[in-house]
Ligand binder design. Structure first.
Ligand code: DX5
Ligand code: ZN
Length: 231
């Protein structure tokens, strides 16, 4: 299974980092019932980013539930030395790894290592990183992830200058590479972000910090469907 099998055109990916971990299983069930199939899973090491987030122990506890419903786990590694984590992510049930170009000495080799392990491969880049550098690194990947916040925490505001960067990224990449956007995606900007060129829209607080995460997910996908039908 690869990204080509998982992606149904455009996807809203609930970002599990923003979940209520006392109720994680029931929140994921509700999102699967609402139609979500690709889940974004943020690993932070307290070094590449200041925060220690979630890792293989949590991944392992949810992988069965997500996979038995036909879902996949898209792991965003906000860590130094990302290759060191690939095996444990794979063993815990991760389906794809996205590493940051800022900490990859040889991105092509890192992509190849992910593929050797049977993982999808993505290249992420921070707001300060030149788009051209990220696009060159991601040319052979499944996706390129344009950060629209400084990575670290859910609930930050979308940086408006990301829109131009998303468009430049889309223009710079082959059609085979999906464009993902992470940070500050909400109902009031999701159409604009999609129109700029994003295929994969990560949404943390816009899904999990709402009274009804399933309804919030459905609302975001409806906003996207409306955007697609007029484009
Ligand atoms: C933070 C993470 C994000 C985060 C997004 O750096 O990479 O995936 O959960 O949360 P929102 O959608 O609330 O900005
Ligand atoms: Zn993320």
């Amino acid at each position: 299974m690869t990204w080509a099998d998982w992606v149904r055109g455009v996807e809203v990916e609930p970002s599990i980092y923003a979940a209520d971990f006392a109720r994680l299983g029931s929140q994921l069930e509700a999102l699967l019932d609402a139609g979500a199939r690709i889940f974004h899973f943020d690993v932070g090491d307290g070094h590449f980013i200041g925060e220690i987030t979630i890792g293989p122990v949590v991944l392992r506890s949810i992988a069965g539930l997500v996979h038995e419903r036909g879902g996949s786990l898209d792991c965003h590694l906000m860590v130094s030395e990302p290759e060191r984590q690939f095996e444990s992510v794979k063993e815990a049930g991760g389906d794809s790894v996205t590493f940051h170009v800022e900490v990859a000495a040889d991105p092509a080799r890192t992509i190849a290592r992910a593929r050797e392990l049977g993982l999808g491969a993505g290249v992420a880049f921070n707001p300060e990183t030149p788009v051209a550098q990220a696009a060159a690194a991601a040319a052979g990947a499944d996706l390129a992830l344009c950060m629209s916040i400084h990575p670290g925490l859910s609930g930050q505001k979308f940086m408006p200058e990301a829109l131009g960067r998303i468009a430049e990224l889309r223009r710079s990449l082959p059609d085979t590479v999906l464009v993902q956007v992470d940070g500050g995606v909400h109902a009031d900007n999701i159409r604009t972000i999609h129109d700029a060129g994003a295929d994969l829209l990560v949404a943390g607080s816009a899904v999990f910090w709402q009274d009804d995460p399933g309804a919030a997910y459905r609302g975001l996908t409806a906003d996207l469907a409306a955007a697609r039908s007029v484009s």
